[in-house]
Every structure is written in structure tokens, then in C-alpha cells.
Design a protein around this ligand. Structure first.
Ligand code: KO2
Ligand code: CA
Length: 258
């Protein structure tokens, strides 16, 4: 009934103001259902993807759709390539329990992402699909720090830059600057990750605070390969050494556009 190209359009055109599931359509007429956040910071946010680590012990195995499901392999540097292709997977109902990617990921022309209310997406082509075409998430595309993709300042609805940093591992606190969302961060061994949510890397151990990536992570082969990369390097959910907290390890990262 209230079909639009994005949640923002559904809100603006039909005055829909409630959070919930809505039908959207792409420019070519593909209809899909997703969650619209119609209330946070003015509403109109479309859920386009989620990243969930379903088994931190499976190193680039089944379920690691945002890195590689076929092993840690230098001859397959892009891995699944899902950050920059039009494949879709998962369902909106399982978005917090499993990986999810809908056609909005590449179809919606967005200005902002999730809680990051800066008009930055237009600078990189209007959505993540185009951003990751410009900055391929691929093993051996460059060197840590100097070849990283953009880091964009965040405006917080909840929490602040220091509290966000605390969720990550103790050992990486000094290696990050809070208050940013970063893309295509590269590590010491030239592995490329996709998104560092809440932080900007100041060093090359990005595998402990950035998610998704290409198909090869040389260090500790294959321990760092997977959707949540090296988040459990010092044990499952221990929040010591290079490990994040259990809450973070078991969370899902939800990506919204507006
Ligand atoms: C370790 O033992 C280790 O891990 C480091 C990794 C973390 O991403 O780069 C270094 O490889 C280091 O040499 C050593 O292997 O350091 C601070 C102690 C941990 O886990
Ligand atoms: Ca490292």
C-alpha cells in the first residue's frame, strides 16, 4: 500500500510514522520487505544490511558472507565480494541473528548511514555498493593507514565516542580514535576489512575492531578470517587482550541508510 524506494520516501510521501516492516521497491521493480526506523533522529531510516558472526570458531566458513565462506585464501583476495556486488541474502526477521542484505543496499541513493548523520554518502556514490567499488575490500590492495578508505565523523544518538571505544578490546584502545565510522581499513599484513564502526584506526591491528573483509588474512592463518575477524583473538568474549566483550561478539551490526 505504501510502497516507496526507501523508508524516507514512504515517510515523506505517505506520512508513515511508525517503526516496523514496510515494502520497498527498487528502480527495476524488485519488491522486498525491510525494517524502517521512522522515529530515530527524524526517522526515514532503511535497514539495508546486518553483519552477524554466527560462529567465531568457523574461520571463513559457511555463514561468513561478509568475508569468505570458502576458506582463508590468498588466491581469492576479495572473498565473497558481497560489499560491492548485488547479491542479497537473509531475511529481515532474522536480521539480528544472521547476515542480511537486501536490494536497498545497492539501490537506495542515501546521504547518511545509521546513527551517523552526516551527508557523506553522496561523496562516495550514494551508497555502500558504490563506496566499496571505489575502495575494494580485497587482500593486498594497499598498506595499513596510508591506503585506508574514508573515516567519517559520527553524531551520536546514544553513547559517545569514549563509551563506544570501550566496547572493543583493551589492547586496541590506544590504536583507535573514537567518533568515526571508517571504511576499507587495512591491517599490518595487508588484509582489508570493510567497516570499523565507531572508530578510526591509528594502527595496523584493525582485525580486532573492524568487521567483514576480503578473502585472506595472513596473520595467525586462518584465525583472523571471518565476519568478526579477530574479535576473539584472546578468547571468546573475554574482553581481555585483543578480545572484545561477549555482548559485542554476539551482537549484530545493523546498517541503515537515509
Ligand atoms: C599475540 O601473541 C600477539 O599478537 C599480535 C597481533 C595482534 O593483532 O598482531 C602480534 O602478532 C604479537 O607479535 C603477538 O603475536 O601479541 C600484545 C600481545 C599479543 O597475540
Ligand atoms: Ca595484528
Amino acid at each position: 500500500k505504501f510502497i516507496g524506494r526507501s523508508c524516507k520516501e514512504v515517510k515523506d510521501r505517505y506520512g508513515q510514522a511508525e517503526d516496523g516492516l514496510y515494502y520497498l521497491t527498487t528502480s527495476t521493480g524488485v519488491v522486498y520487505q525491510t525494517f524502517c526506523d521512522m522515529t530515530t533522529a527524524g526517522g526515514g531510516w532503511t535497514l539495508v544490511a546486518s553483519v552477524h558472526e554466527d560462529n567465531i570458531y568457523g574461520k571463513c566458513m559457511n555463514g561468513d558472507r561478509w568475508t569468505s565462506q570458502q576458506g582463508n585464501n590468498a588466491n581469492w583476495p576479495q572473498g565473497e565480494g558481497n560489499w560491492a556486488n548485488r547479491k542479497t541474502f537473509g531475511t529481515v526477521e532474522a536480521a539480528t541473528d544472521d547476515d542480511f542484505k537486501n536490494p536497498g543496499y545497492y539501490d537506495i541513493d542515501a546521504e547518511d548511514m545509521s546513527v551517523w548523520h552526516r551527508r557523506f554518502l553522496h561523496l562516495y556514490g550514494g551508497n555502500l555498493y558504490y563506496l566499496f567499488h571505489r575502495y575494494p575490500v580485497e587482500y593486498n590492495v594497499g598498506k595499513h593507514l596510508s591506503d585506508n578508505g574514508p573515516s567519517i565523523p559520527i553524531v551520536y544518538d546514544l553513547g559517545d565516542k569514549e563509551s563506544t571505544k570501550m566496547f572493543y578490546s583493551p589492547n586496541t584502545k590506544g590504536e583507535t580514535e573514537g567518533g568515526f565510522i571508517s571504511f576499507r581499513a587495512i591491517n599490518h599484513e595487508r588484509a582489508a576489512t570493510a567497516i570499523c564502526s565507531g572508530v578510526k584506526p591509528k594502527g595496523g591491528n584493525v582485525e580486532h575492531y573492524c568487521i567483514g573483509g576480503g578473502g585472506f588474512f595472513p596473520e595467525g592463518n586462518p584465525l583472523q578470517c571471518g565476519d568478526f575477524t579477530g574479535f576473539a583473538w584472546s578468547g571468546y568474549g573475554t574482553h581481555i587482550g585483543f578480545s572484545v566483550s561477549k555482548q559485542m561478539l554476539e551482537s549484530a551490526v545493523l546498517l541503515f541508510y537515509r
